[in-house]
Design a protein around this ligand. Sequence first.
Ligand SMILES: Cc1cc2nc3c(=O)[nH]c(=O)nc-3n(C[C@H](O)[C@H](O)[C@H](O)COP(=O)(O)O)c2cc1C
Length: 202
Amino acid sequence: MTKVLAVMASPKPEHLSLSTRICQSFLDQYQSQNPQDTVWQLALHKTNLPLINQDTIDFFEAQTPAKTGEQSAIDALCQQFITVDKYIFAFPNWNLLCPADLVTYLLCVVRAGKAFSYTPQGVVGLLQNKKALLIISSGGYCTDHPYAIPCFGIDWLQRLLALCGITDISLMIAQGGEQLPDQAEQIEEKSLGEAHDLATVW
Ligand SMILES: Cc1cc2nc3c(=O)[nH]c(=O)nc-3n(C[C@H](O)[C@H](O)[C@H](O)COP(=O)(O)O)c2cc1C
């Protein structure tokens, strides 16, 4: 049975968050096409994410069983992350990157010995034969536009997933709605249509 994990990083409620609306629309269609799949939704702003401090680093490096509630929570997130077959990351472009919660989450789950291994020949991804979809909402254009300013979060996340062995990555970018407010509605409609179409075949 295929397991799907949808990680949503906008702290806004769904009706106000473009990335979450597109993600939900994608999931509705995906679930109707694939009723046998298990879909987990993780809204990061509702998840108790630990800050990475010296204790966390010691825990990661020791690779010993969790001793505290926080360490167990980190392990549970990591276990879920390495178990699933398909990933959806829905996040807004914030300061050319993404919300800090997404960075914190990935620091908890992309761990040496679990998601990738260091070898003398370089890093080897341990999450092979999986696929991912990135859904990004960006107020301004961040690609394919003469005035685009890149969202480095997109490139960063693609590279981080590739390091884990996940190279089958689709992108959906809903962009420009705040740069061209009179076109915001059309931009959202177009993205929702793309989400529906992709969910049918993904
Ligand atoms: C803290 C913050 C930082 C932002 N930084 C950028 C930015 O660097 N570039 C950009 O084009 N839009 C930026 N925006 C606008 C968001 O990308 C845009 O509102 C997006 O649609 C939000 O997605 P959401 O509705 O899913 O939260 C920023 C918004 C916020 C709140």
